[in-house]
Ligand binder design. Structure first.
Ligand code: GLA
Length: 566
């Protein structure tokens, strides 16, 4: 018995740590998504570098690059954490375990709430609340299923039973190698501003409401309603078609090409004549925007601009396009992380080459400190987070928690973009939509409405058409507002924000708690030095008297009091 035990111990000590080193792949089946987009298989690439019993690496999906940290190997068993350092200012950490069997690695997410770095509890709502692209939604579902949450893929998934991901080793490479070639970039050189977007762009975008159902008729209807409702005159001039206008896509499992014999990009049957549509929109005193990306496919799996950048820019200019949202998605299949800046710069130069004024909107979810290089790459705005969805948690987490520290990158011509508005889509209360509008304005964020303007109720029009709040967003100084103080438990805080204006300061008193709260602000704390300043409540549309040095007011749960003080 003693001998057997010691043999087992000796044997255990001699088992070498598994060699994880290399590139691994997990192909996740695609599925149809919001608006009936085709299912496109999602490639997840893992690169691992092991060093004895420890390892590090990256997990690359079409929409995320996760750092793999704290990897440990015991025999054939591994454990690691993922951290989404690249995508948010508050990294979220999740735990995984795995079992290695030759060139096959089975990964399972560890159940339970992941823990934010530094012991701060954070909540991952991936897949639970967000309405994202089909790829992201499917990925979220797989992750949720692996964590024992909703979803499941029929392979033992379901509540309480994590569904494993089975990875295959595809090479011994330890650096992520993109699948498609591209001509190497020359060393990065900043390009000068294009002179557009001196204030944050305003308009409408199809994705939040219509996703894959957007078509020519909807866009014309929206242009009519934007003009008739007063939105155009309030500044909402860009009418932007998001993903799914392109012809190239998977139809019944086969790729239906999206370019003509000369490589010109084609529209699908939903957009029979893009030039005619642009003429229509222009005739309404509005501008037309479009969508593509640097990889071979868009996020919804349609034809994108890889290897056709100049040609596509010319096509769009010929159609009369005024705005381009350029979405990374399959960019990981072409470019390495550090090449983001050059890949965006390439399209910026192609747009400039057309001679047409086209606003350039970068969409790569805030990775790689995009504020550091977004403007130098020719961007007028850049997304700072993953996709917003129409609920309080998503909106408030993005707006209150994920923008801090990015304010230094915003200014006339180049803006942080915390994603489009959900106002009017039905998932939040009137009070919450007022907070959404106020917070985005304090952030000097682009104001791109995302609802069906044709059926907009009056109370939604009142929110979107509040000219006093819009003026805060559009202030010529172009300074992004910041939080000056907060109290209360995380997620339920009372927060005071300020935004310096060309003349005066905007002040936001935000109540994230579940009860009405009494909130106070001293003018000296928000940089107002004038004695007895003029104070205006921008939602009540009235001047406030008796606020010589400070102001106290009741703020409803999830609500805001927004002031202009000068
Ligand atoms: C990504 C973007 C969204 C939208 C979709 C379209 O998810 O972040 O804003 O453009 O792609 O597929």
């Amino acid at each position: 018995m003693f001998r057997l035990a010691s043999c087992v111990l000796v044997f255990c000590a001699l088992v070498p740590a598994a060699d994880l080193t290399g590139t691994w792949q997990y192909d996740q089946p695609g599925r149809g998504g919001r608006g009936g987009q085709p299912g496109v298989p999602i490639v997840n690439t893992f690169v691992f570098k092991s060093d004895g019993t420890k390892f590090t690496g990256s997990w690359i999906t079409p929409q995320q690059v996760l750092d793999i940290v704290n990897g440990s190997i015991k025999g054939a068993d591994i454990a690691f954490q993922t951290s989404d350092d690249h995508s948010t200012t508050t990294p979220r950490v999740a735990n995984y375990t795995g079992a290695l069997d030759g060139d096959q690695l089975t990964l399972t997410a560890v159940m339970g709430e992941p823990v934010g770095r530094g012991g701060t509890p954070t909540t991952i709502t991936a897949g639970a609340t967000r309405v994202a692209s089909p790829e992201q939604a499917a990925l979220d579902e797989a992750i949720a299923a692996a964590r024992g949450g909703r979803g499941g893929n029929g392979g033992g998934g379901g509540r309480g039973a994590p569904a494993p991901m089975v990875l295959k080793r595809v090479s011994s490479e330890t650096a992520f190698k993109a699948a498609n070639p591209h001509t190497p970039f020359a060393p990065f050189k900043p390009i000068p501003p294009n002179g557009l977007a001196k204030t944050p762009p305003m308009g409408w975008n199809s994705w939040n409401k219509f996703a894959g159902r957007v078509d020519d008729q909807a866009v014309r209807g929206m242009a009519d309603a934007i003009a008739a409702s007063g939105m155009r005159d309030a500044g909402y001039v860009y009418v932007n078609i998001d993903d799914t206008w392109e012809k190239g896509r998977v139809v019944e499992g086969a790729w239906a090409p999206g370019r003509d014999k000369d490589g010109n990009i084609l529209t699908n049957e939903k957009f029979p004549d893009m030039k005619a549509l642009a003429d229509y929109v222009h005739a309404k005193g509005l501008k037309l925007g479009i969508y593509s990306g640097p990889g071979p496919r868009t996020c919804a799996g349609y034809e994108a601009s890889y290897n056709h950048e100049e040609q596509d820019a010319k096509t769009w200019a010929a159609w009369g396009i005024d705005y381009l949202k350029y979405d990374w998605c399959s960019g990981n299949q072409v470019y390495q992380g550090a090449e983001h800046a050059s890949a965006y710069r390439k399209m910026a130069l192609a747009l400039r080459g057309t001679g047409r004024d086209i606003i350039f909107s970068l969409c790569q979810y805030g990775w790689l400190d995009v504020g550091e290089w977004g403007a130098a790459s020719g961007g007028n705005l850049w997304r700072t987070t993953g996709d917003i969805s129409d609920n309080w948690n998503s909106m408030s987490r993005i707006g209150f928690d994920q923008q801090a520290g990015r304010e230094k990158y915003a200014g006339p011509g180049h803006w942080n973009d915390p994603d489009m508005l959900e106002i009017g889509n039905g998932g939040m209360t009137k009070t919450e939509y007022q907070t959404h509008m106020s917070l985005w304005s304090m952030l000097a964020a682009p104001l791109l409405a995302g609802h069906d303007v044709r059926t907009m109720p009056d109370y939604i029009a009142e929110i979107l058409l509040n000219k006093e709040v819009i003026a805060i967003d559009q202030d010529s100084a172009g300074i992004q507002g910041t939080r000056v103080g907060r109290i209360g438990p995380e997620g339920y805080t009372l927060e005071v924000w300020k935004k310096p204006l060309a003349k005066g300061v905007a002040v936001g008193l935000f109540n994230r708690s579940l009860d009405t709260a009494r909130m106070s602000v001293k003018w000296s704390d928000v940089g107002i030095t004038a004695a007895n300043p003029k104070v205006r409540d921008l939602w009540a549309h009235r001047d406030i008297t008796n606020a010589a040095t400070d102001y106290s007011v009741n703020v409803p749960s999830h609500g805001v009091v927004m002031l202009r003080v000068e």
